[in-house]
Design a binder for this molecule. Structure first.
Ligand code: FES
Length: 146
């Protein structure tokens, strides 16, 4: 391969990679967020659920919350402007960290699955996920870790 062909192929490869990443990002309905903790509450500004696509805002279905204090991430589902569900992403079978696939949390260890309310949809886990109380105040979600 001569130099010219090599440069052309390299540029096409880079452009393709960039396009794939930008498409994946624009199709995403979730977001990973490093949230702050105040006292015993995780603080999540509601603006993090907003997607800025066009004139009409659309909303992410869920956020995945991380913080160094948390042993596991917390998945926060948004059902409507006043209804949220915060779930610890810890499998109730043997404690493996769960993965989120839309409105379902799945365990990579033995296949347990939970719905967006934290209820078991597929075993071997038999207990629901730990859910945290969520309140809304001053355009922020407060997720109580108590
Ligand atoms: S640890 Fe999750 S199914 Fe076993």
């Amino acid at each position: 391969m001569n130099r010219r062909k090599f440069i052309i192929k390299s540029c096409i490869g880079c452009m393709s990679t960039g396009l794939v990443f930008s498409l994946l990002e624009s199709c995403g309905t979730s977001k990973v967020l490093e949230a702050s903790i105040s006292g015993s509450d995780i603080i999540v500004p509601l603006k993090n659920f907003v997607d800025k696509n066009g004139d009409q805002p659309t909303f992410k279905n869920y956020l995945i919350i991380h913080n160094d204090i948390l042993q596991y991430p917390v998945c926060v589902y948004r059902f409507d402007e006043n209804t949220y569900q915060a779930l610890l992403m810890k499998c109730t079978h043997q404690g493996t960290e769960l993965q989120v696939f839309g409105d379902r949390l799945q365990c990579p260890a033995h296949g347990s699955a939970f719905n967006s309310q934290g209820k078991v949809e597929n075993g071997p886990a038999s207990n629901p996920l730990r859910a945290f109380p969520v309140t809304i105040s001053n355009n922020q979600l407060k997720i109580s870790l108590k």
